[in-house]
Design a protein around this ligand. Structure first.
Ligand SMILES: [Zn+2]
Ligand SMILES: [Zn+2]
Length: 250
């Protein structure tokens, strides 16, 4: 750790610029994010659906927006529950957070995994159930990871794992085939695209694991991961993401 004096001296010589807004980091900075981008992120918190983790912005439509603590499964989870047992996301996928995730993935700004993992730690760790034995990043297609040079989910999982004091096991879940980019597809196409695309190691059998990814959009990818893990004998599986697409935010 550098002292604040050393950081200030370094800033005079090499001013650090925020990868999202390109301004000098300034007060409240979460290197390499500047203080204003960090504080502009829309956090998610309780009450959330026990199962899918849909948080206040979404749960407003359930008519009980002010309940504190876990809520019963939301209507979607009551009729069509996912294969994971619980889910948490730190913040809404929009604005500065979307830019930060893009810079991490597509501009190779790996240092952003630091503040993004801190965001997850601050918003989600206190409400996670106990007994998690391993963090498992959602695997990328092999050629995509090769092109990018890293898997952002693994970078995030390792940092979160250090905070939780739980090991990260990227090899416990692999892709069995390439899939089309989910962003071009409808919800039902997304489910079909990733169905059967993952396989879990027998080492997960009998364990409680937490699958980590950067974004939860429809949950189709995470659901396919959870299904593969349960097929391999996992007894409990949660999912944890930095961001979540919140459709009913207004
Ligand atoms: Zn900024
Ligand atoms: Zn739900």
């Amino acid at each position: 750790m550098l002292s604040s004096f050393t950081l200030a001296a370094l800033d005079l010589v090499f001013p650090a610029l925020c990868p999202v807004c390109q301004t000098i980091l300034g007060a409240g900075r979460r290197d390499p994010l500047c203080g204003s981008c960090w504080s502009a992120i829309t956090r998610l918190g309780a009450p959330w659906c026990d199962v899918c983790g849909a948080a206040p912005a979404v749960s407003m439509s359930f008519g009980e927006p002010r309940r504190i603590g876990p809520v019963r499964p939301c209507p979607t989870c009551e009729t069509d529950p996912p294969h994971y047992h619980y889910a948490r996301s730190a913040a809404v996928y929009e604005g500065q957070l979307r830019e930060a995730l893009h810079a991490l993935k597509f501009s190779g700004r790996r240092a952003l995994a630091g503040p993004l993992a801190e965001l997850v730690a601050e918003q989600c760790l206190a409400s996670l159930p106990g007994g998690i034995e391993a963090l498992i990043p959602v695997p990328l297609a092999r050629e995509r990871e090769w092109q990018r040079g890293f898997n952002q989910a693994t970078l995030l999982a390792r940092r979160i794992g250090r905070r939780l004091e739980v090991p990260t096991r990227p090899r416990w879940l692999t892709r069995t085939r390439a899939t089309r980019p989910q962003s071009d597809l409808s919800a039902s196409e997304r489910r079909a695209n990733v169905r059967g695309a993952f396989r879990a190691s027998h080492r997960v059998a009998g364990r409680h694991v937490l699958v980590v990814d950067d974004i939860l959009t429809t949950g189709a990818t995470l659901d396919a991961c959870a299904r593969a893990l349960r097929d391999a004998g996992v007894v409990r599986v949660g999912v944890l993401t930095v961001a979540r697409v919140v459709h009913a935010a207004v």
